[in-house]
Design a protein around this ligand. Structure first.
Ligand code: NOJ
Length: 560
């Protein structure tokens, strides 16, 4: 089915929204404890409005022991006390709408926290009980059940099974946790689990949210019988996600069909976006079929090298697969799980015993000027491509990865679960610098006495140079360019959803046109000439006369 193109005002907002991801712990601290909160977000809505985004997505704000910073939920229908109250959340949703922005919450349906009352009840209950059946409890293998039920490994490292002590004081059954030990997987074959999560959706829809970001959207259903992954393939990169018995199984699509009915039963254009790490692109497209979800993150750019051919191919693959189902692409260059793009686009990602997503290339070779320029160019590219984009807080500031976090301050469960080999994802989660002066963690906190190392993750002295304040109104700063690009994007009817055409401009150039005599060029190689007669609308870096230097992007008005 192909989508009939409607004008921007007529088409659903989620077809080409620019959505700003707020990592709530690190966005803005209103009560001075060094931890971001709901009221902090409310205080910064004018900034987001001025930036020009269309929607915000808040990472999990539910009560949680914070083993995985909110992705371990202990109650889906309340707010983490560190962050505020349910009343604060309702006030924020209303204020966001008053600013003309849409509001997306994060939903975590694959697992709960081990502190969730269901899991606590399961621990106290006997094997085979209804309480245990809400989770993935199994007997172990071997004569005494001493061995885990299968050979699955946790995403954060180590075995994906944890053994519990039964009421008789002896080791007993095992439970599955595809992520941290403190994140037991729910059993989606159990109707009670399904209906509870549907109630959760309704709870937040009733409070006015416009959408959901679905965590581990490809993980909830496991292959019947929980078979081993063939030994030989356990660490193989060649195995497609859906060939693993716990990812991208057919059954997840039934869940989304029922969720879509719920979304559609509410007034307004309610939506959901899948966090589905699946491949190839045709598997992603299955999540956004007409009766399923509206968006699915396109993660190809999180692993790309700064290379024209690779980027062009990734865009092509994604677009082709999505056209088949009539869904728009959702581009992503940054989120809270990967090394920030300023570093990544300069150094690439290497897998050195650490997760591909947390390991950057050789930091000794880091050229920040080059990385910054590339990240700015990537921003111009994504904002010109068809569809919508999800940007991660700090991306609009060109914030680099924080590499100097002391080991004793690392909090990501990956650090411990990898046997202290993988430093994890904290480097992209450090609180945002708002002001140039270090007071209150560069304005992150209202507490002026807060020292940089008293923020929940220590802030680095150099961060002030990247603050919103220090870039505000400065020509050519990442923030200024981002604001200009978003303002222009709103005026250009041909941007966002709609067709694009590749322009052949050489092997080291990615170039495409959009309706309205608009073109975007990104140059990965030696300087090239800007097409004659073209008017430069915006550029990511300085131009040399009519030359587009390396690593630089331009938006052009070209001759018809
Ligand atoms: C994906 C989230 O983005 C990540 O931060 C989290 O650790 C895992 N899902 C587990 O919930």
């Amino acid at each position: 089915m192909s989508h009939v193109l409607a004008s921007r005002k007529e088409r659903p907002w989620w077809r080409d929204a620019v959505t700003y991801q707020i990592y709530i712990r690190s966005f803005a601290d209103s009560n001075g404890d060094g931890i971001g909160d709901v009221e902090g977000i409310r205080s910064r809505l004018p900034y987001l409005k001025q930036l020009g985004v269309d929607a915000i997505w808040i990472t999990p704000w539910y009560p949680s022991p914070q083993n995985d910073h909110g992705y371990d939920v202990s109650d889906y229908m309340d707010i983490e006390p560190q962050y505020g109250t349910l009343a604060d959340a309702e006030k924020l949703i209303k204020a966001t709408h008053e600013h003309g922005l849409k509001f997306i919450v994060d939903i975590v349906p694959n697992h709960t926290s081990d502190q969730h009352k269901w899991f606590q009840a399961a621990l106290k209950a006997a094997p085979g009980s209804p309480e245990r059946d809400r989770y993935m409890f199994c007997d172990g293998k071997g004569p005494n059940g001493d061995l885990p039920p299968n050979n699955w490994e946790a995403v954060f490292g180590g075995c994906a099974w944890e053994r519990v002590i039964e009421a008789d004081g002896k080791p007993g059954q095992w439970y599955l946790h595809l992520f941290a030990i403190e994140q037991p997987d729910l059993n989606w074959e159990n109707p009670e689990v399904r209906s509870h999560l549907e109630d959760v959706l309704k709870f937040w829809l009733d409070r006015g949210v416009d959408g959901f970001r679905i965590d581990v959207a490809h993980g909830m259903v496991k292959y019947p019988g929980l078979p081993d992954i063939p030994e030989v393939n356990t660490t193989s990169e060649m195995l497609a996600p859906h060939e693993r018995p716990f990812w991208d199984q057919e059954g997840v699509h039934d869940i989304y069909r029922s969720w879509r009915k719920i979304l559609d039963s509410y007034p307004g254009e309610r939506m959901a976006v899948a966090e589905a790490w699946v491949s190839p692109a045709s598997r992603i497209a299955r999540y956004v079929r007409a009766d399923e979800l509206q968006n699915s993150f396109n993660f190809e750019m999180l692993t790309t090298l700064w290379n024209a051919a690779e980027i062009r191919a990734k865009i092509d693959n994604s677009m082709q697969a999505l056209v088949e189902v009539g869904a728009p692409p959702s581009w992503v260059f940054n989120n809270h799980d990967v090394v920030r793009s300023v570093d990544r686009l300069d150094l690439g990602l290497t897998n050195n015993g650490e997760s591909t997503f947390t390991r950057q290339g050789d930091p000794a070779k880091f050229n920040i000027a080059r990385g910054t320029l590339r990240a700015k160019s990537a921003n111009l590219m994504t904002l010109a491509l068809p569809g919508g984009t999800y940007l991660y807080q700090g991306e609009e500031l060109g914030l680099p990865e924080v590499r100097d976090l002391p080991e004793d301050r690392l909090t990501d469960p990956r650090w411990k679960m990898s046997g202290y080999k993988d430093r994890g994802r904290d480097g992209c989660r450090v609180p945002l610098p708002w002001k140039s002066e270090p007071t209150g963690g560069f304005g992150f906190s209202t507490n002026e006495l807060l020292e940089l190392d008293q923020a929940w993750l220590p802030m680095s002295p150099w961060m002030g140079n990247f603050s919103a304040e220090s870039q505000d109104g400065v020509a050519g700063s990442t923030l200024t360019i981002y604001r200009q690009a978003l303002a222009l994007r709103k005026l250009e009817e041909g941007l966002g959803d709609g067709p694009m055409t590749w322009i052949e401009a050489g092997k080291d150039v990615v170039a495409f046109s959009r309706p309205g005599n608009f073109a975007c060029y990104i140059n990965f190689g030696a300087a090239i000439e800007i097409p004659s007669g073209a008017k430069v609308l915006i550029s990511s870096g300085a131009l040399e006369g009519n030359l587009l230097p390396t690593d630089t992007a331009v938006w052009l008005r070209v001759n018809s």
